[in-house]
Design a protein around this ligand. Structure first.
Ligand code: URA
Length: 259
């Protein structure tokens, strides 16, 4: 890979800025100063320093976005704002796509990455990572609803029927419930509550696996995280821990206008 490309992929510098830095003598490779932007480097083996400090090589990128309502989970759209439009240009790198989706009207945790393997693992039915949602309901949450979800609720639409996998759920306030899903059917949480005779007014994804929506991250903002942290989407969690996390951080989410 060319040295200037390495910089444009791994740092916030554009290729042009990187070329200027290299020509200016700010960069060394394996201890030797280099001044040619087209110098070939092997990012996995070579030690590349910028003003004496190592530029760490990251094979994949991972972004944790607090998706706001009103934005669609797509890479691009002719008319509507997409989650990728929320990224700064330097983070909108080739191959970065949302891992899974949230409805336009749903807010919360969304992973955006170019790591296809992790995305596949996260979404594959075999290791389907648990996803946790906080639902604000029209009517109080009941134990009867929890029982229906635990047994596997049937979603009926016209002549079609879809049986959901058993799902755990629990109330954190009379009209606020956390639900754990291991699959991703279309509008699943909203349709499950509708099938139980309730209605979801607002929906927030608070956790995937063991990765939580950072409480200090405002809607529309994001953070870059490392591979080892992103891989925690595959870890197990327990709904009681998620409820405690929600009660501490998100029980007044909508009262505060979505943070
Ligand atoms: N279930 C829904 O209804 N919407 C989402 O965005 C995710 C799960």
């Amino acid at each position: 890979m060319r040295l200037d490309r390495f910089f444009s992929e791994q740092t916030a510098y554009s290729r042009k800025e990187a070329a200027e830095l290299i020509r200016g003598g700010a960069v060394s490779v394996n201890g030797a100063a280099v001044r040619k932007p087209d110098t070939a480097v092997n990012p996995e083996a070579d030690e590349i320093l910028l003003r004496g400090k190592p530029v760490l090589y990251r094979k994949n990128r991972y972004i944790l976005l607090h998706k706001p309502e009103g934005v669609i989970t797509a890479s691009r759209d002719r008319t509507q704002k997409t989650v990728l439009d929320l990224l700064r240009p330097e983070d909108r790198l080739p191959g970065m796509v949302p891992a899974g989706r949230l409805d336009k009207d749903t807010a919360g945790l969304l992973l955006i990455t170019d790591d296809g393997q992790l995305t596949h693992k996260m979404l594959s039915p075999k290791s389907h990572a648990p996803k946790y949602y906080l639902a604000a309901l029209r009517d109080p949450f009941t134990e009867e609803t929890a029982g229906m979800f635990r047994a596997g609720i049937l979603l009926r639409e016209g002549a079609s029927e879809e049986l959901c996998l058993p799902a755990e759920s629990a109330a954190v306030a009379p009209k606020l419930a956390v639900i754990e899903l291991h699959e991703g059917k279309y509008h699943q949480v909203r349709r499950m509550f509708a099938a139980a005779g309730n209605h979801v007014e607002k929906l927030l994804r608070v956790q995937i696996g063991a990765v939580r929506l950072p409480p200090d991250l405002p809607a529309g903002s994001y953070v870059n995280i490392f591979n080892k942290d992103a891989e925690s989407v595959l870890k197990k969690s327990h709904i009681s821990d998620v409820c405690a996390f929600v009660m501490q951080n998100y029980s007044s989410y909508w009262i505060n206008g979505g943070k």
